[in-house]
Design a protein around this ligand. Structure first.
Ligand SMILES: Nc1ncnc2c1ncn2[C@@H]1O[C@H](COP(=O)(O)OP(=O)(O)OP(=O)(O)O)[C@@H](O)[C@H]1O
Ligand SMILES: [Mg+2]
Length: 471
């Protein structure tokens, strides 16, 4: 073989790489009917599914390739699910194991959770529940892997891009790529602190204009009398005080990107000027006779609904249509809560390093509180809270003592947060397990106490202690 690889070989490499990145789910189950059923339920999941009836083969597979999620029967001939769990977790701590258990094996299920299983499913199971659990397990291992990668890369905020793996952020990322490839006007909308400027920078960075400047202009902050000199610049002697030539923002952005921030707060006068430039494509420095061509991609950001402003007569609809060839709407953080752990971990490492503090992680309880918060200030607020906790915290992990007061209220909606978080401490585990059992028994305390093997008053005390309610 010679050293020059043919295009065909290149194609094969990419296909292999894609294959490597795809998640793999391993179903280890000795009952063929049950195995088939599980495989059918998982058909809709974006992952490769491998099935085996044989425990030894399951071990071989775990040994030979990365497996994201293992679904295994708790009881299998020759090896039981717990041993398989132990083997899988030793082999790769990111692999998540979901156990399938028969009735009456609650204790083993608890043992399994203590041993690091992601979750268990009781037979006969509900197909949606199974699907949901596997999807959560996949998501969990992706987050864990990403977290580790971020740590290993030592994260550089400048090139980390947009953090987030929620489907909403995937869509944003897709639009960002599309917008970067075409030199069209892009309107970026979203609440304050949701990442509009970051999106604008990212579009610039991955566009063919990335070598030229990215110039931001805050439209709210330009006094009316200097709009023209700001945008167009001037030549020496154009007016009193113009003692030298000065390029305007349009010129500074030449070849690159002009970012019109807070466009919703621009005056009607500024809107008229901007529209004119975008239509004509040319402008003059004040006092100059040479026309200059506008050569900058224009991005704009708004934190208000522009159609509403148009309705109220505060925004020009013709400018709106020019700017909004593509619209990228950033969802508020409370609508993509599953991004919170990743963002929190990203900011933790970014700022711990900057502040030179040894903080290695976040207590699960704290993460739960962060996931329940509504984040009116969005990602910026989250970043500030993390910084504050690094400064005020004392331990190696961000602990509950450092949480700002507005976070330390009663743990309302705990199940929502716990749905995302794999419990870590034994207490968390107990709380989570009790909650799960109660939900499965539709809050029948008698039945739940029986399954849990404790009496009703103990159950009641524990519910109170962990703040578990059915509301
Ligand atoms: N997806 C993300 N990944 C990483 N950092 C983010 C993300 N979204 C926002 N940030 C960070 O959060 C902070 C706020 O983001 P940004 O300034 O882009 O928000 P904005 O929408 O422009 O806010 P405003 O409307 O208040 O101007 C910045 O420090 C930014 O780097
Ligand atoms: Mg901004």
């Amino acid at each position: 073989m010679n050293q020059v690889s043919s295009p065909v070989e290149n194609d094969e490499m990419t296909a292999n790489e894609a294959e490597q990145q795809r998640d793999t789910i391993l179903i280890a189950e000795d009952d063929p009917n049950m195995r088939e059923l599980v495989a059918t339920v998982l058909e809709g999941v974006d992952a490769e599914v491998i099935q085996t009836t044989d425990a030894q083969q399951a071990l071989d597979l775990l040994e030979s390739r990365p497996i994201s999620v293992v679904l295994t029967d708790l009881r299998m001939p020759r090896i039981d699910g717990l041993e398989l769990l132990d083997f899988a977790r030793r082999r790769d701590p990111h692999t998540q194991v979901v156990l399938i258990t028969g009735y009456g094996t609650v204790e083993s299920a608890v043992d399994a959770l203590k041993a690091g299983a992601f979750d268990y499913i009781r037979k006969p199971f509900d197909n949606t529940e199974l699907l949901h659990t596997v999807e959560r397990a996949l998501e969990h291992q992706r987050l864990a892997r990403e977290n580790q990668e971020l740590r290993q890369q030592g994260i550089q905020s400048e090139d980390a891009g947009l953090i987030g793996r929620s489907s909403a952020m995937d869509e944003v990322e897709r639009l960002v790529r599309a917008a970067a490839a075409y030199d069209c006007g892009v309107l970026i909308t979203g609440e304050s602190g949701s990442g509009k400027e970051l999106v604008a920078q990212r579009i610039h960075q991955i566009s063919p204009r990335s070598e030229a400047p990215f110039v931001a202009m805050n439209c709210a902050a330009v006094p009316e009398n200097i709009i023209e000199s700001e945008l167009f610049g001037y030549v020496r002697g154009a007016f009193t005080g113009a003692d030298r030539n000065k390029p305007g923002l349009l010129e500074k952005a030449e070849g690159g990107t002009l970012f019109l921030d807070e466009i919703n707060n621009s005056s009607l006068a500024l809107q008229a000027k901007l529209l004119r430039i975008l239509q004509d494509g040319t402008y003059y420095r004040i006092g100059d006779t040479e026309p200059r061509t506008l050569d900058a991609r224009v991005l704009a950001a708004s934190n208000r609904d522009l159609p509403e402003l148009i309705e109220a007569g505060e925004f020009r609809h013709d400018l709106y249509y020019r700017l909004r060839v593509v619209e990228i709407a950033l969802p508020p953080l409370r609508e993509r809560r599953d991004d919170i752990p990743l963002l929190a971990s990203y900011f933790l490492h970014k700022h711990a390093r900057r502040l030179d503090r040894q903080v290695t992680g976040i207590e699960t309880r704290v993460l739960g509180a962060l996931m329940r918060h509504d984040w009116p200030g969005n990602v910026r607020e989250l970043e500030n809270v993390i910084q504050r906790m690094i400064i005020f915290g004392r331990g190696e992990k961000l602990d509950a003592d450092a949480l700002p007061p507005e976070f330390s209220g009663a743990p309302e909606g705990r199940t929502r947060a716990l749905d995302y978080i794999h419990p870590q401490s034994l207490e968390e585990l107990e709380a989570w397990f009790i909650d799960k059992t109660l939900r499965e028994q539709e809050w029948d305390r008698g039945m739940s106490a029986e399954i849990l093997g404790i009496d009703k008053s103990t159950l009641w005390r524990k519910m109170k202690r962990y703040g578990i309610t059915d509301k």
